[in-house]
Design a protein around this ligand. Structure first.
Ligand code: PLP
Ligand code: SF4
Length: 346
């Protein structure tokens, strides 16, 4: 058995087993995990270190998940935007194809916590075949985003089978994979996996780190293997209250991502997902954080702050407002340091 398979075999998914290794209350954990699944790799548990830490809060079930009367099961209306099960077609030129119901770790703030890791999410040969058929029949789709769950929880062979079928579709020019394994199960990124992936260029991977403590030597090695195979790497970070909602933490995360050749892509405002209210910051906080970063931190490290509109209306960028007034003769604005400036229209 490989190292990553061992990690999954020994993953913590029972409250009792977890409480033998971490100071937590198994009864409370069980109350939450009977509703929203629990899984933590031994690798990630090792990083958690102390109760209540930013990594602890991402991974360990919390009773607050059961106390969210205003949350929505499917805030992005993914189910109604799915022409076939587990394929979401919201934008004209790209589609989101969910090929795995499993993740190495079940993040407590997951937008898809209504289904990811649950028995009700049935990804099967049949659903994958129906997704491929839809992609074949829909020529305006030029990019497929393979996600889940986590596509890298599939075997190399099962994933390659899907990539091969997508590659054969003439109108699909670009493949993007979303995976959190470089963060939660970095040993999954093996030379064999990478050698397989690089046959399917242009292939992009967006990963998901939320805190600088997640960028360990192992994670760095995983990113290096992918980057050395010519796979451009991006990062979708979720803005999380008490975890990364400070300029200092975000700045360090963004700098570290650039160092490991991951280009920050999105900073996502938390969705209105049921069971995640305790993680949500307000938009004012997010905008202030962006203002604290823009100009002070390398432009390459700056992600776009994104709000995914409830009801499946799509993502919109949120940008701090630098414009003071837009006159006939000039644009008046403030600099990143708050200094008033003007750009005359000559
Ligand atoms: C986020 C998302 C995408 C990708 O959007 P980009 O802005 O291209 O990253 C595509 N489809 C769905 C359904 C999505 O939620
Ligand atoms: S890795 Fe992504 S899909 Fe899986 S539980 Fe975490 S946020 Fe959800």
């Amino acid at each position: 058995m490989t190292d990553w398979q061992n990690q999954l075999k020994n993953a913590f998914s029972s409250p009792e087993y977890l409480s033998q290794h971490l100071d937590c209350n198994p009864t409370e954990i069980a109350a939450v995990s009977s509703r929203y699944p629990l899984r933590i790799t031994p690798y990630y548990l090792e990083l958690i270190k102390q109760v209540g830490s930013p990594l602890f809060r991402q991974a360990i079930p919390d009773l607050q998940e059961l106390d969210d009367p205003l949350g929505m099961l499917d805030p992005l209306a993914e189910e109604s935007l799915s022409p076939v099960p587990h394929l979401v077609h919201r934008y004209p030129d790209r589609a989101l194809f969910l090929v795995s119901s499993q993740c190495a770790m079940y993040c407590r703030f997951c937008t898809r916590k209504r289904k990811v890791g649950k028995k009700s999410m049935q990804v099967s040969q049949k659903s994958i075949a129906a997704g491929i058929q839809y992609l074949k029949n829909t020529p305006q789709i030029r990019e497929v985003l393979i996600s889940g769950g986590d596509p890298f929880l599939l075997s190399d062979k099962a994933l390659e089978d899907i990539l091969q079928q997508i590659k054969k579709i003439q109108h699909i020019k670009v493949i993007r994979i979303g995976s959190r394994t470089p963060c939660t199960l970095p040993m999954r990124i093996t030379p064999e996996l990478v050698n397989m992936l690089k046959k399917y260029h242009p292939l992009y991977i967006n990963t998901h780190f939320n805190h600088p403590a997640e960028i360990t030597p192992e994670a760095e090695q995983a990113c290096a293997l992918l980057a050395d195979a010519g796979i451009p790497l991006g990062c979708q970070t979720v803005l999380l209250k008490g975890i990364n909602d400070s300029v200092a933490v975000l700045q360090e995360l963004l700098y570290r991502l650039l160092e490991v050749r991951v280009r920050p892509y999105y900073l996502m405002q938390a969705d209105l997902t049921e069971g995640t209210a305790h993680f949500r910051t307000d938009v004012t906080t997010g905008l202030a954080l962006m203002r604290g970063l823009i100009g002070r931190v390398s432009g390459m490290a700056i992600p776009t702050y994104i709000l995914d509109a409830p009801g499946g209306k799509g993502k919109i960028p949120l940008t701090p407002d630098y414009i003071l007034s837009h006159q006939e003769s000039s644009l008046d604005f403030i600099s990143y340091e708050g200094i008033p400036c003007s750009y005359p229209f000559l």
